[in-house]
Design a protein around this ligand. Structure first.
Ligand code: HEC
Length: 137
């Protein structure tokens, strides 16, 4: 009897622990914290460091000058086009398909009032987004 009881107790304890971890996890999600942050660009900022290690397998370096956007063709264009309204964190946390990036672009223009750059710059930025924040590569 007491053995069953202590087993049940252990079960409850495990559940409580698991729930605790789950709660702690949602609260500590660094991307959540990043999403609303204003553009910083400070290398010593722990959040910038977090974004820098977001994709360790890739041979890209987060550029503090562009609020942590990984270096590469289009980084500068993307920075100036996108940080007018929000931080780069909201971009860097994405891992979406190429098609989704095209849709997000249209959504940003139609619904958020983003001013479209010339066609060449648009192509450079979209290529950069697909190269660096894609679920396809
Ligand atoms: C004119 C303002 C404006 C500009 C410029 C802008 N955005 Fe946004 N963007 C927004 C707003 C507003 C949201 C919604 C934020 C929210 O979730 O409330 C948003 C959200 C997003 C999201 C999150 C979408 C989602 O699924 O939740 C992504 C990704 C994004 N923007 C990417 C970009 C990129 C890339 C650029 C540059 C090419 C850009 N934005 C430029 C206004 C802008």
């Amino acid at each position: 009897m007491s053995r069953i009881f202590s087993r049940a107790l252990a079960g409850v304890a495990a559940l409580t622990l698991a729930t605790g971890f789950a709660l702690a996890n949602t609260q500590l999600d660094p991307m959540q914290a990043l999403a609303g942050r204003p553009a910083a660009g400070n290398v010593m900022d722990p959040m910038t460091t977090l974004t820098a290690t977001a994709k360790p397998e890739a041979e890209t370096t987060a550029n503090p000058e562009f609020d942590g956007l990984p270096d590469g063709p289009g980084a500068e264009e993307t920075y100036y086009q996108c940080v007018a309204c929000h931080s780069t964190g909201i971009i860097m946390q994405q891992r979406v398909t190429d098609q989704r990036w095209d849709e997000l672009w249209v959504w940003m223009v139609d619904k958020q009032g983003m001013v479209e750059p010339d066609a060449e710059t648009k192509a450079v930025i979209l290529a950069y987004l697909k190269q660096n924040f894609s679920s396809e590569r």
